[in-house]
Ligand binder design. Structure first.
Ligand SMILES: [Zn+2]
Length: 206
């Protein structure tokens, strides 16, 4: 979940984080907060219809509960990445506790992937400078160029889709495989996948 007011502000303060990638024909779909036993498999089915690969920024405690879903995602060519263990808000968490949570999450991500992980996304997009400087040597801190706003309760789905349709090569798009977002996700994701696919975008992991 990412609050409304942060992206623009943080982008100006922290230009060194990754907001977009260089690419000719790829876009980078990301799903935060899972895995979830019903929602993540639904997402995997949608992605598989378009041979789309995505990056899942997992909450460590969800990944430890639903390891087999993480394994399934990897088997289907997706990537698991770090979204802290307890979904801490960096602004409200001491750097020491924050780093510990990131480390705990990375332990399980690495275990399930069977190889090291260097991708991290801060929950709510909220992270302190001190946390960034500690994490920067070990992680690429991945933000986004396009938010689906799927977590928003009174979302205009058509407006969200309209904004997502204008992705460019290299765009990083955020969705959520959590309960709060599922109704919106069901309405948005299939339409967008169909549209992007018709424009010949390739969907790659970060
Ligand atoms: Zn999150």
């Amino acid at each position: 979940m990412i609050p409304k007011q942060t992206p623009g502000i943080i982008k100006r303060i922290y230009p060194s984080l990754v907001w977009k990638k260089e690419s000719k024909n790829e876009i980078f779909l990301t799903f935060d907060d899972g895995p979830h036993p019903e929602i993540t498999p639904w997402v995997l089915d949608q992605l598989s219809d378009y041979e789309a690969q995505a990056t899942f920024f997992c909450i460590g405690e969800n990944l430890s509960r639903f390891r087999e879903i993480g394994v399934e995602a990897i088997n289907q060519g997706h990537k698991l990445a770090n979204h802290t263990f307890h979904h801490e808000n960096g602004w409200k968490t001491s750097t020491q506790d924050y780093l510990k949570s990131v480390e705990m999450c990375n332990k399980i991500v690495t275990e399930i992937r069977g190889q090291p992980n260097d991708l991290f996304r801060p929950p709510y997009g909220r992270i302190k400078k001190s946390q960034i400087s500690q994490l920067r040597s070990d992680y690429r801190i991945i933000m986004w160029s396009h938010l689906s706003w799927d977590f928003k309760r009174k979302l205009s789905v058509s407006k969200s889709i309209r904004k997502l349709k204008v992705v460019e090569p290299g765009s990083i798009v955020v969705f959520h495989d959590n309960e709060k977002s599922f109704e919106n996700l069901k309405a948005i994701l299939p339409v967008c996948l169909e549209h992007w696919s018709s424009l010949n975008y390739k969907f790659s992991v970060i």
